[in-house]
Design a protein around this ligand. Structure first.
Ligand code: FES
Length: 103
């Protein structure tokens, strides 16, 4: 399972070794500040908004249609915005870095 670095809204780097599930679930399990995952990962709350580090955007891929619709209502949306619950963690994402947008 991949190692993922989350940079919190406060600027703290939280490294999760052996991250499992999705970017959201791994963050919630490891109490990463700024990711709440209020809807449980069904793409309806946007409390898992992250900016994917530029070096990783191709590997992570773009937001899906439903995800884009929800992101449009959010502040701080960038080209590299994703909802963490929609990003499944795979071994290919080992070393991934994301910035937590928070609210
Ligand atoms: S956890 Fe609700 S949209 Fe991701």
């Amino acid at each position: 399972m991949p190692k993922v670095t989350y940079i919190t809204p406060e600027g703290e780097r939280v490294v999760v070794e052996q991250a499992e599930g999705t970017l959201m679930s791994a963050a919630v399990e490891n109490q990463v500040s700024g990711i709440d995952g209020d809807c449980g990962g069904v793409c309806s709350c946007a409390t898992c908004h992250v900016h994917v580090d530029e070096a990783w955007t191709d590997k992570v891929g773009p937001a899906g249609e439903g995800e884009k619709g929800l992101l449009e209502l959010e502040d701080g949306v960038e080209e590299n915005s994703r909802l963490g619950c929609q990003v499944k963690l795979t071994p290919e994402l080992d070393g991934l870095v994301v910035r937590v947008v928070g609210r």
